[in-house]
Design a protein around this ligand. Structure first.
Ligand code: ADP
Length: 244
């Protein structure tokens, strides 16, 4: 597969805000075809790590993706290296249809003719993304009418057509119904088979259905790492989650 060499290797990542150490020497290795959850209590440093990887926050240490060093590079260069992220609040264009949103993300939404193109003329990657995110039936609906969960899926679809090979998803199931959570779980499994996926999550319940590894953060450091069952049985994790 063309994704074969895509692995994320974070070494000694450190982020300091006005003397406050938010991320304190984090190491993290995620291989291609792996889905990794990043969990931990509020303030543990999860979002700051994603910000640092994507060039939104100054950091020191090393972040390599597919062998390319990302620390010190501007965000647009990091995007071009195949790194994509979502935010807790989905940022889609409400006035545009689902397909038009995907088209723009694919870089093919270059004018009114492209916008009016019939569905049969969809580029392969847009049609494939629609299928993957389960929004084929809503392809021509304005994104503004989508339910909260569907908007999150659209945002993930936009990363797929952008050809992001490392996806960093910040609490994708926050605010979702149980049914939407289950569908999102399946979507993440599917994407994780192909690409490198890091999901920030704080809901332990959501993780239970995944046979994948979890990195637990606490006060800017890696507290524990292993399967869901392993980290849940780790006394250090129990203390941090219950001792609040
Ligand atoms: P999490 O995502 O695990 O809840 P964050 O990464 O958002 O945690 O935050 C980690 C710590 O860094 C928190 O104590 C937070 O208050 C602090 N922090 C985050 N962003 C900033 C910032 N821009 N300036 C100062 N402190 C920040």
């Amino acid at each position: 597969s063309r994704f074969r060499h895509d692995y994320l290797e974070v070494r000694g990542l450190r982020v300091v805000f006005d003397g406050f150490v938010a991320v304190d020497g984090v190491d993290l290795t995620v291989t291609q075809g792996d889905l990794r959850f990043l969990i931990g209590p509020n303030g543990a440093g999860k979002t700051t790590i994603v910000d640092a990887i994507t060039g939104l926050t100054r950091c020191t240490g090393s972040v390599q993706f597919g062998g390319t060093e990302l620390v010190g590079r501007p965000s647009h260069t990091i995007v071009r290296a195949g790194v994509g992220r979502t935010f807790q609040t989905a940022s889609v264009f409400d006035e545009l249809t689902v397909v038009q949103n995907l088209d723009i993300a694919a870089g093919s939404g270059r004018g009114p003719l492209t916008m009016l193109r019939r569905r049969s003329g969809l580029p392969d990657e847009v049609a494939a993304a629609l299928e993957t995110i389960g929004l084929t039936a809503l392809a021509d609906a304005p994104a503004g009418v989508l339910a909260h969960g569907q908007k999150q899926w659209l945002e993930i679809g936009m990363l797929l057509v952008q050809d992001a090979r490392l996806l960093l998803l910040d609490e994708p199931v926050a605010g979702m119904s149980q049914a939407e959570r289950e569908q999102t779980g399946q979507l993440l499994q599917r994407i994780g088979e192909q690409r490198t996926v890091v999901v920030v999550e704080h809901d332990m319940e959501f993780l239970r259905s995944f046979a994948t590894s979890v990195t637990v953060l606490h006060q800017g450091r890696v507290l524990s790492e292993g399967t869901v069952a392993e980290v849940q049985a780790d006394p250090k994790v129990v203390e941090v989650y219950l001792g609040r």
